[in-house]
Write a protein that binds this ligand. Sequence first.
Ligand code: GRE
Ligand code: ZN
Length: 323
Amino acid sequence: MKDKIALEEHFAIDLTIEDSQVYARPEVWVNLKANLLDFEQQRLEKMDQWGTAFSILSLNSPAVQAIADPRQAVLVARKANDILAEQIQRHPTRFGGFAALPMQDPEAAARELQRCVTQLGFHGFLVNGFSQVGDAGNVVYYDAPQFADFWTHAAALEKPFYMHPRDPLASREPIYDGHPWLTGPTWAFAAETSTHALRLMSSGLFDRHPHLQMILGHFGEGIPFNIWRIDHILRKGRRGMPCEREIGDYLRGNVHITTSGNFRTPTLLSTMLEVGADRIMYSVDYPFEKHEDAASWFDRCEISENDRRKIGRDNAVRLFGLQ
Ligand code: GRE
Ligand code: ZN
């Protein structure tokens, strides 16, 4: 498929690039670093070669979310968004953008989102999980009450947001002690991100903002696979859960799911059976994943050509109002 749209495609700037070194062996780091900092060379070549017409770009994890000083978070977010805007201007038919937001200061985050969407033409925002605020050990999740006005502003802009993974803080997750191979994209990313997503879904956020759409990568971080059990258990007792509907209702009404970093047909088919082909969208997770792995799988996996068009392109065109 030649004209795919991809949504979880990352870059870094000089102020965030060091975040990623822990995820790469030294011999891989040189390349990963170059690919994260590059916009116009390898990135466009790989898109051309593997049939991605348009990529919506975002800072990779954790970037702004790990900057505990709110004023510094505001500055770095603005700088990253300006750099991205310049690249979008240079290649408006190839690149779109998700805003990086200083969620450490919800009012500043709302203002920056407004600027990014209305002035820079961005397609929504992407948060790398929880934010550290004030003190590196102090974390906030976005179902907290201080985000009520932020969500009202975000919903009014009618753009989706991407809930992207980050690792939990080691100090708060002793279950990974001595098991570094289970952290990051192996497992900890999905456990952390699915839980944050479930916090938002069960908080009533989507009752207050029924049109708001959340995007989850990696085939929904495991939620579609477990959705029947989640609602089955909650039907027996809600234990104070404040939302009005079942979690599966939000999954099927307020969530879109991408294929980023999870190129597997049984997983795709299972997700199609849970949420339908209209809520699934192609993504790579470049440069942490390869276009060749994503595209050589997706372009040939055994789904109908109608569904391939929807997942590869048309659902994103509709969700973001492209063209
Ligand atoms: C990502 O942003 O998707 C990512 C990282 C670090 C390691 C792997 C990965 O930020 O997929
Ligand atoms: Zn990613």
